[in-house]
Design a protein around this ligand. Structure first.
Ligand SMILES: Cc1cc2nc3c(=O)[nH]c(=O)nc-3n(C[C@H](O)[C@H](O)[C@H](O)COP(=O)(O)O)c2cc1C
Length: 328
């Protein structure tokens, strides 16, 4: 049965870039929109042309894409929002969730969550002038899973377009379990459309989460879709294609990605490096991912195509087995 839930492709830096988003929409479908991986702002500077190119409508024809910014500097933030508005964007996402010490340790991303006063100052300066809508993507907290309480009090005072929650603390990185109880508490106080994110991997999970989080306006999926690109369409009610059809779709996806990177990147070495990162996830669709990844990683530029042909002759994994890699 067709489902109407709204699905958003999560930003995964290094993976879900413009070629990925276009190829995904073309081959698998299922997502309504995407948030692009973060662009880290440099104080006092505008976006470079390469950064803008990643998020323009022309570069993302197949999937509506919202740029994401990482900053704690209000003046730079405002200037870049203006730049994005002039480039035709109506909405931008602010990253309040990045857990990496180089980012969070310097008071950006999740590093802002223990400082709701700073979030308040930034929002009041930025939203005063902004012509674009702003959403935020946050975690429960940096070290303390209850930091969200003071943060939500601040967020509720501003006209945000949505609040996306990855239901972990930054200290957890991507480990341990998501905290659905606290996600429910945020949902119950949140005055903005609430988007849930974290560990959506199979239909039964989203059903269970939906029961605990009624009124959630959309669902964001990252690793579950990277590992099983058929998942978003399944969550929309389509049945899983046959094994042969899945292999064909995965191969088409791979070839489109490769073509996308060949058009954008200079030199075969850069294209290869990009494809090797993609294989970290692509390989999980196969029955022996480590075996496959070893061979792909041993490829040099001249052997890559032959190794890819070999890979697509290997048996696919049972879908539930693939998904265990990101759940373990
Ligand atoms: C390698 C990697 C890169 C990520 N890059 C970003 C990013 O650029 N911006 C962001 O908000 N979240 C980023 N995330 C977090 C994801 O968007 C998402 O919140 C997280 O993976 C949990 O969702 P999932 O269980 O559906 O994957 C990243 C996660 C991973 C594993």
């Amino acid at each position: 049965m067709k489902q109407t839930r709204t699905l958003i492709l999560a930003p995964i830096r290094g993976i879900t870039d413009a070629p990925y988003r276009n190829a995904f929409a073309h081959c698998f479908g299922g997502f309504d929109r995407a948030i692009a991986p973060f662009i880290q702002l440099r104080q006092g500077q505008r976006l470079r042309s390469g950064e803008l190119l990643q998020v323009t409508h022309e570069s993302n024809r197949a999937m509506r894409t919202i740029p994401q910014l990482l900053t704690n500097h209000p003046r730079t933030f405002s200037a870049v929002l203006r730049q994005l508005h002039n480039a035709g964007h109506e909405e931008v996402n602010w990253n309040l969730g990045c857990p990496y010490p180089m980012v969070a340790g310097r008071g950006r991303g999740a590093g802002l969550l223990p400082h709701p006063d700073r979030i308040d100052i930034i929002l009041s300066e930025v939203l005063n002038k902004a012509k674009v809508r702003l959403s935020v993507k946050m975690r429960l907290g940096y070290h303390d899973p209850d930091e969200y309480q003071a943060v939500m009090e601040v967020l509720n005072r501003y006209p945000l377009s949505e609040v996306i929650l990855h239901a972990r603390t930054a200290d957890q990185m991507y480990d341990g379990t998501v905290d659905i109880v606290r996600a429910g508490q945020i949902l119950s106080v949140c005055r903005h459309p609430f988007v849930y994110n974290g560990d959506i991997t199979i239909s039964s999970r989203i059903q269970a989460f939906s029961q605990k989080l009624p009124g959630t306006s959309a669902w964001m999926i990252g690793r579950g879709a990277l590992t099983c690109p058929f998942l978003p369409s399944q969550l929309k009610g389509l049945s899983l294609p046959s094994t042969d059809a899945r292999i064909k779709q995965l191969r088409e996806f791979h070839d489109l990605l490769l073509e996308g990177y060949r058009q954008r990147l200079s030199g075969p070495k850069h294209v290869m490096d990009k494809m090797l990162s993609q294989w970290e996830y692509l390989s999980l669709a196969f029955a022996k991912p480590h075996h496959l990844l070893n061979r792909i990683h041993r490829s040099n530029v001249s052997h890559y195509d032959a190794n890819v042909d070999w890979a697509f002759d290997q048996p696919l994994a049972d879908i539930s087995t693939s998904l265990q890699y990101i759940l373990s």
